[in-house]
Design a protein around this ligand. Structure first.
Ligand SMILES: C[S@@+](CC[C@H](N)C(=O)[O-])C[C@H]1O[C@@H](n2cnc3c(N)ncnc32)[C@H](O)[C@@H]1O
Length: 487
């Protein structure tokens, strides 16, 4: 069957020669590499292949890569007849899709009877009565305005803030699934956490089971470097399941109870994806041992207020040289170093202050106080996921300071130094590193995610800080102490 893969690949290549990257981007035409389409197909529960007839849906078919991998996988099963509905909005793809699937049908004619319908329409606008055994989907991804969703559509209630078109595909796909069917969905991972997708996530958790999650670091290969987001393959069903299967990269699979990878509190929910069974067990212990969210302990988490180019445009808020009592220090990511802020005054020609005389300045400034400061960009390839340092108010002799919006900071009224160090060591620990890796679904620190994490009591946080400040014990011993908290 290698010749079929070759044929599909060549047709895709030729299509890409005619329709350039910009054109394809408009429709979100990121076709799935065959290594991944096979993974996607392997995420369908095998029990469905005991049926003789299957009703299959591909809601955003492209050149048909997912259907090719699925049908080749069906050859040695009980399935003898399939009916496939394929939607594709772009008329320019229809000739290739038709030709590809016709060849596939012909090649498999002695093994499976294939009936297919190619529908050159917007999937989201179709009223579909059918229900499907298998839905395979790698839908378009792009942010859309809420006003693009009609008010009486069933989707409207699922959204808070700005939706992404793939959210609509997910809801509609799930709705079209038979009770014993499987929907396998390849998409950005962002719906696993975050405020905007909270209602969708809660709907899924309440009504569906997750059969399998396949997550991977390798993003470049999957869409030939055309997508920069974190991608995940998730298989949903309404069947009762004992376990959810998790696969991370190609490191083998492990099984968990679904409830143990869902972190929920006050309607806030996150689907966790630990990298292996050992990390899963550790996270389970963290969630069991620690009871408090940062909000419960009086902490607030915020993003730095100063979006420099906006401040410049809106208030002409340019940086100026230091002037005692007349300027506010502007703290930018270039001042961040592992050992703390590096704000040396000796860098020539660098104006690092903003003038207090500018009327917009208060919008961009915060009280000069103790803060726990994070770089917003998350670097998963690095040894440590958090780039975090404590900031002490005595660093500047200034009433206010201004953080660039490349920072996230944690703050609290009367933020004591032992609390600051306690949190600093927790975030720097091995435990919180693997905990956040399982939670984070983008490449940035996400406030919703940080707010959902569990922490020990404020007294324990102070105790950790005091180990450093008072007892003067080594960092290694502090991390050992943190490990004992979840035994
Ligand atoms: C990310 S590509 C995936 C294609 C194919 N499923 C694959 O995995 O190779 C999404 C496809 O959906 C098509 N598309 C975009 N919006 C659509 C819509 N509203 N209805 C149907 N198809 C759509 C695009 O033209 C594109 O071919």
């Amino acid at each position: 069957m290698k010749e079929l893969y070759k044929l599909f690949s060549e047709n895709e290549k030729n299509y890409k020669l005619i329709y350039n990257k910009d054109y394809r981007k408009r429709y979100s035409q990121y076709f799935t590499d065959f290594d991944y389409s096979k993974k996607l197909v392997l995420s369908v529960g095998k029990d469905i292949y005991k049926k003789n007839n299957l009703n299959i849906l591909e809601p955003a078919a492209g050149t048909g890569n997912l259907i090719l991998s699925l049908l080749l996988n069906l050859r040695n099963s009980c399935v003898k007849k399939v009916r496939i509905d394929m939607y594709e909005i772009d008329a320019n793809l229809i000739p290739i899709l038709t030709s590809n699937i016709s060849k596939l049908k012909d090649r498999l004619k002695n093994e499976i009877k294939i009936n297919f319908n190619i529908i050159n329409k917007d999937f989201l606008k179709q009223e579909i009565k059918e229900k499907y055994d298998i839905i395979l989907s790698n839908p378009p991804y792009k942010k859309i305005r809420k006003t693009e969703i009609s008010n009486n559509s069933t989707y409207i209630n699922f959204f808070i803030g700005q939706p992404n078109i793939y959210h609509l595909f997910l809801i509609k796909n799930l709705d079209l699934l038979k009770d014993d069917g499987y929907c396998v969905f390849l998409s950005p991972k962002s719906y696993f956490s975050g405020k905007y997708s909270e209602k969708i996530r809660n709907y899924i958790i309440d009504n569906y089971n997750i059969y399998k999650i396949y997550s991977f670091d390798e993003r470049k290969k999957i869409f030939n470097n055309e997508i920069q987001q974190e991608i995940i393959i998730t298989s949903f069903t309404k069947r009762k399941l004992n376990d959810t299967i998790i696969e991370y990269n190609n490191n083998g699979v492990y099984c968990v109870k679904q409830k143990n990878i869902i972190s929920e509190k006050n309607k806030k929910s996150i689907i966790l994806v630990p990298r292996n069974k050992k990390e899963f067990e550790t996270i389970k212990k963290i969630e069991k041992s620690f009871k408090f969210n940062l909000g419960d302990l009086g902490f607030k988490i915020k993003v730095g207020q100063n979006v420099i180019f906006r401040a410049k445009n809106k208030y002409k808020l340019f940086t100026v040289p230091y002037k005692k009592n007349k300027t506010i220090p502007l703290i930018r990511s270039r001042h961040f170093s592992k050992n703390g802020l590096n704000y040396s005054n000796n860098i020539k020609g660098k104006n690092r202050y903003i003038s207090m005389e500018n009327k917009g300045v208060r919008e961009y400034a915060v009280k000069n106080d103790n803060y726990l400061l994070f770089k917003r960009l998350v670097t998963k390839n690095n040894k440590k996921i958090f780039n975090v340092i404590p900031y002490f108010k005595n660093f500047f002799d200034s009433k206010y300071i201004s953080f660039e919006n490349n920072f996230v900071y944690i703050h609290k009224k009367n933020f004591m130094i032992e609390e600051l160090y306690g949190l600093y060591f927790l975030f720097n620990s091995y435990l919180y590193d693997l905990y956040y890796r399982a939670i984070n679904s983008t490449h940035g620190l996400n406030i919703y995610e940080l707010e959902s994490m569990k922490f020990p009591s404020i007294n324990i946080i102070r105790e950790i800080g005091n180990l450093y400040l008072v007892n003067n014990i080594s960092e290694e011993e502090i991390y050992n102490f943190i490990n004992t908290l979840i035994q």
